[in-house]
Design a protein around this ligand. Structure first.
Ligand code: ADP
Ligand code: GLC
Length: 483
């Protein structure tokens, strides 16, 4: 299969969350299965490029009735031959951010991501390469299926199927209807079973109607978004398209997330020898100014802050959690939560430290150095941090929702099952009670806790089997597209 990933994030070039991790890893796993996979993303000015070459010829992308000239840079995904094309346009992407400026909303995101979607088609023509599948991700690239469905008859790119992966239905910007002209789409596409959403233009909605097949990142979330509670207003479309929607769990990039080889850790360890984990805990406590005590459990959090992640519940439960152990937190997002947590961190003594910001190395050190990892999400399409924490021998405490419910198995010392601890009610009380239970197992049932760590560490979270599922899905999509 020839597959073009069109995405707004791709680690290590550009990442705001798990979408970047997925687009940075899945193409490599598909390439290992023999597929010809390539990636297109914007060349934000935050992208650091060491080995990239600039195509001599620029790319003319039709936009707003004229042509917008872009440059193309070409790099490779690390440890692979997967080409990554970066679409360069200084005025639209050279702004120090991916989606929105730190305070406020970006006014021209339809132009920025419209250019990326139209650019995907122009790139294929420029390369004389016709993909079998356009694999697009979330609202920023959801317009690609709408565009391929409006190509003139006989256009070779119209043969390509499209797969839209829903990473997070909650991010769903809408734009003025006048944006249709910018995209060069006919007025006929502005209808309730198309791009129109309450008089506005919704790229995500358009993609959900137009993509050949839809996927999301866990089976449980695939089920949840068909219901009003998690459907973000699009559940009726997802019920309508049920037969075309599948949930495929995310995997993790073993080359990046493995405690036995992780260069970002002060000491390395594996399921066979956990010795280095204690050293990681000690180093983390020292780094963050927490009391260097092996006999006190250390909770870890690495998270965007906001409603989805249940940061409000975590803040409310903070005092109670600190009676159970120490807490090391890394995150950014909601300004109120940031202010509250940094204030508390300042006065948190040797039990609590919050680092407000984004740091890949510290994220690794927290996953390795903590004893238990907290993820009280209100909803979670898949979640990667709980997978990292299980791989790093730090059993997660999660709310049983979406991919968290699918990937974490409830601890049951009696039957010797489980990889973590789940709560169902998202309240400070239930978070505290679950954390109390977990710290009890950690302290008083050492053997059961060790077995929990072992099961979590030994599970296969790799992309191999997931990539095979995507391969089958692509074949299904191509068959459907070509009749
Ligand atoms: P989401 O994509 O909803 O934020 P995921 O769990 O799927 O949640 O993925 C989050 C990714 O972003 C993980 O790789 C996590 O380590 C990373 N991450 C989140 N916040 C930070 C941060 N403040 N610093 C470093 N990495 C972070
Ligand atoms: C989204 C979701 C997260 C998921 C990630 C990668 O950001 O919030 O749950 O793991 O995408 O698919």
């Amino acid at each position: 299969m020839r597959v073009l990933f069109v995405a707004s994030e791709c680690a290590p070039f550009a990442k705001a969350g798990g979408l970047g991790d997925v687009v940075g890893a899945l193409p490599k796993a598909l390439a290992r299965l023999g597929h010809d996979v390539r990636v297109l993303l914007p060349r934000y000015d935050t992208v650091r490029l060491e080995h990239a070459f600039r195509h001599d010829q620029g790319l003319a992308v039709p936009l707003g009735g004229g042509e917008t000239w872009c440059a193309i840079l070409e790099a490779r995904l690390p440890q692979s031959d997967v080409p990554v094309y970066l679409l360069e346009h200084d005025a639209l992407y050279g702004r120090g951010y991916l989606y929105d400026p730190p305070a406020g909303l970006c006014g021209d995101n339809l132009a920025r991501f419209g250019l990326l979607c139209r650019g995907a088609l122009s790139l294929c023509r420029h390369l004389h390469w016709e993909p079998d599948v356009f694999h697009v991700h979330d609202w920023p690239t959801a317009l690609v299926p709408v565009l391929t469905n409006h190509l003139p008859p006989g256009d070779p790119l119209a043969r390509a199927a499209s797969v839209l992966t829903i990473h997070n239905l909650a991010h769903q910007p809408r734009f003025a209807a006048s944006g249709l002209g910018l995209l060069g789409l006919p007025a006929s596409v502005f209808r309730a079973d198309g791009l129109e959403d309450h008089g506005h233009l919704s790229p995500f909605k358009g993609g959900l109607w137009h993509a050949t097949k839809l996927t999301t990142v866990s089976p449980r979330y695939a089920d949840e978004i068909r219901r009003p509670e998690h459907g973000c207003g699009l559940d009726s479309i997802l019920r309508f398209r049920s037969g075309d929607l599948v949930g495929i769990l995310n995997g993790i990039d073993d080359a990046v997330w493995d405690p036995a080889t992780d260069p970002l850790l002060p000491a390395r360890y594996s399921a066979a020898d956990l010795g280095g984990k204690q050293a990681c805990k000690r180093a983390l406590q020292r780094e963050l100014g927490l009391a260097e005590r092996q006999d006190v459990p250390l909770f870890g959090v690495v998270s965007r802050m906001g409603e989805q992640k249940g940061t409000d519940v975590l803040c409310e439960a903070l005092d109670a959690l600190l009676t159970l152990g120490q807490l090391a937190l890394l995150g950014s997002g909601d300004p109120q939560a940031e202010a509250f947590l940094s204030r508390r961190s300042h006065h948190g003594g040797a039990r609590f430290r919050a680092v407000i910001g984004y740091s890949e190395p510290l994220a690794h050190r927290i996953e390795a150095g903590c004893d238990l990892f907290l993820m009280p999400s209100r909803f979670e399409p898949c979640g990667l941090n709980q997978l990292y924490s299980m791989r790093y021998g730090s059993p997660p405490i999660v709310r049983a929702t979406g991919g968290l419910d699918d990937t974490v198995e409830q601890c049951d010392p009696a039957s010797g099952a489980g990889t973590g601890f789940k709560l169902w009610d998202l309240t400070p009380r239930s978070l505290y009670e679950t954390a109390r239970w977990a710290t009890g197992v950690w302290r008083d049932q050492k053997e059961a806790f060790g077995a929990l760590q072992q099961r979590g560490m030994q599970r296969d979270y790799g992309w191999g089997s997931r990539a095979r599922q995507y391969g089958e899905l692509y074949e299904w999509a191509v068959r459907a597209r070509r009749g």
